[in-house]
Design a binder for this molecule. Structure first.
Ligand code: G3P
Length: 217
């Protein structure tokens, strides 16, 4: 499963790249606004750092506007993926952009039928929001299981990006289901490393190392 960071913060991306575990980045207008920086500065910096797909979102409500914005975004780099909301106008835009070789990521997906529609329109990626489904007392990971099953049934190659991830168990379940990608906040990525027995084990090894005679380092 690929790990994407769901962020507009360049420092977080740099850190994950140093760890060698980052496959791509997703952004949205809320994440960009949290940086307090001009959109183009943020987008260009991320695109320079990351080799993998970088999702940048359109904000128009009509297909014409989405296509126009999508084409502008695609000019920023070869690895740009244009994020389009799951609406009928959005699907028109997906079809046009994909036919021109611009990959799209259909966002704000909350049901298996929306994911199927996005795939039928030709989207390269689909982003179901598990955390927001959980927030309204439904089962976000059930949505992922259903989309995966449907895509497998028909050998659909639209990739599933598990989005709106809130904690490490979302990541574990996404991997168990076989989702292609999990995009997560930096805080969740950091927590994937943590285990108290690892910390305890390091402390014990270092304590015992002190007793070893003739240490080379
Ligand atoms: O980027 C889309 C998605 O991951 C947003 O997550 O936490 O705002 O529901 P959240």
């Amino acid at each position: 499963m690929q790990f994407f960071l769901d962020t507009g913060h360049v420092e977080e991306i740099k850190q994950a790249l140093e760890w060698g575990i980052l496959d791509g980045v997703t952004t949205n207008p809320s994440l960009i606004s949290k940086t307090g920086r001009p959109f183009l500065d943020v987008a260009k910096e991320i695109l320079q750092l990351v080799d993998g797909p970088v999702s940048l979102e359109t904000v128009s409500r009509d297909a014409e506007g989405m296509v126009k914005e999508g084409k502008m975004l695609a000019e920023l780099g070869d690895n740009v993926v244009v994020k389009i909301p799951m609406t009928p106008e959005g699907m028109k835009a997906v079809q046009i952009l994909e036919s021109e070789g611009i990959p799209t990521n259909v966002t704000l997906v909350f049901s298996p039928t929306q994911a199927l529609i996005a795939a039928k329109a030709g989207a390269s990626f689909v982003s179901p929001f598990v955390g927001r489904v959980d927030d309204v007392s439904n089962d976000g990971m059930k949505l992922i299981r259903e989309i995966k099953q449907i895509f497998d049934n028909y050998e659909i190659d639209t990739e599933i990006i598990v989005a709106s991830v809130r904690h490490p168990m979302h990541v574990v379940e996404a991997a168990l289901i076989g989702a292609d990608i999990c995009t997560m906040p930096f805080e969740v990525l950091k927590r994937l490393f943590q285990h108290p027995l690892t910390d305890k084990g390091i402390e014990l090894f270092l304590k015992d190392w002190e007793k070893v005679p003739g240490k080379p380092f």
